[in-house]
Design a protein. Sequence first.
Length: 202
Amino acid sequence: MRTIVLATGNQGKIKEFATMFGRLMPDVTVLGLKDFPEIEEIPETGTTFEENSRIKAMAVAKATGHVAVADDSGLMVDALDGQPGVYSARYSGEHATDEKNYLKLLEEMHNVPMIHRTARFICVITAYAPNGESLVARGSWEGRITSAPLGNHGFGYDPVFWDDEAEKTAAQMNADTKNSHSHRGNALKSLLEDWPVFWERV
Ligand code: ITT
């Protein structure tokens, strides 16, 4: 059994990743940051999703000696010039919660008509090995911001992110449906296409 460490403390992401990785790579043990309590919080000092995912994956690979996989993700809203973007987790300030974040977003957008409420989730995943090999993949998910929260699955901005094709918010989807549409699902699919070559080198 080889081991991968998911470099995230976000339980919502861990659930989504563990399901997708577990299915595609049954011979791999997937651990999370909670299995390494000695690792302190990693400051996300980058200004792009690519930089932040690399910072997290590199730090955890070095600290654990295992291949680490990190994503940096966020919501880019057209009417807000791409905000909250890389600051999505901290949008409502220092003591941000998922609910405070999406309520702030709805407040900022209260004057914006539905036609201009377009947005996309972005996810960049970096896999980083202790020998310095790395692999990067990007995924996105187009949608619109609702005028009120709907649904109670998922995490983060899911209750206010509307998928036109499914005619549901992300929080009204079960895990499998969300993974098949989502930025993280798309990025992971693309990562896994290049995974065998990476896995041989590490
Ligand atoms: P880690 O850094 O420990 O992975 P985090 O929550 O801080 O956890 P990010 O820095 O990548 O992760 O911030 C991503 C934020 O973007 C996340 O907290 C949500 O608010 C939002 N987000 C990302 N993916 C999402 C999804 O699938 N559904 C809803 N919101 C999402």
